[in-house]
Design a protein around this ligand. Structure first.
Ligand code: GDP
Ligand code: MG
Length: 211
């Protein structure tokens, strides 16, 4: 006789991840590939913020939910409101590998991020640099050696060449970010003596005005 299945207790973690970078580098496409495994040539851009939820069965005991914040129509303002970054635990900074100006902007996006949010420990939140559109052959490509150096100097935890179009390295970059977020979360929980409520506060999506 089959024995009844025993449900093991499972921890759920919800983390906010902001996705930033210049207009048209592929932020919405990366999110769409990551969450829905789809690619569309064009996206309707709304004004404000779009949200997407990615659920990952991380291991037998842990489900990770990423709340991905996609800026829409505000890319000209690299200095986004603090509200946008509030409680973020990770970031994807995206640029177009064939468009050097967007790589230069990545630094400004990173500085804006680090100026607006830090971990409770005071360290920058984990940020991964995505050199997107690696399927394209055109343009003045940014080289891997440049990216290694750039990440070291600017506190990115790493970089990936990605293609939302051809589904290259999107899941890998996401998993690498999650791994680092979980480590930070563990370190912070160890430091916290008072199981406070910041995680549950984070779950509330409040209407925001981003200036
Ligand atoms: P966003 O403004 O940063 O959100 O950029 P979008 O996701 O709207 O993408 C801008 C344009 O780049 C669209 O035409 C996409 O189809 C295209 N695009 C996005 N990702 C890729 C990619 O990985 N490869 C190629 N070739 N095109 C891409
Ligand atoms: Mg977009």
């Amino acid at each position: 006789m089959a024995s009844p299945s025993v449900r093991t207790c499972c921890t759920e973690k919800l983390f906010k991840v902001v996705v930033i970078g210049d207009v048209a580098v592929g932020k919405s496409s990366v999110i769409c590939r990551y969450v829905h495994n789809r690619f569309k040539e064009t996206y309707k851009t709304s004004i404000g913020v779009d949200f997407a939820l990615k659920t990952i069965e991380w291991d037998r005991n842990t489900v990770v939910r990423l709340q991905l914040w996609d800026i829409a129509g505000q890319e000209r303002c690299k200095n986004l409101s603090r509200v946008y970054y509030k409680e973020a635990m990770g970031a994807l900074v995206v640029f177009d590998i064939a468009k050097r100006s967007t790589f230069e902007s990545a630094l400004e996006w990173k500085q804006g991020l680090d100026g607006k949010v830090v971990l409770d420990s005071g360290s920058p939140i984990p940020a991964v640099l995505l050199a997107n559109k690696c399927d394209t052959k055109e343009g003045d490509r940014v080289l891997p050696t440049t990216l290694d150096q750039f990440c070291k100097e600017n506190n990115f935890i790493g970089w990936f060449e990605t293609s939302a179009k051809d589904n290259i390295n999107i899941d890998e970059a996401g998993a690498f970010l999650v791994e680092n977020i979980l480590q930070c979360d563990k370190d912070l929980s160890n430091e916290e003596t008072h199981g406070d409520s910041f995680k549950s506060e984070m779950l509330q999506i409040v209407p925001v005005m981003l200036v």
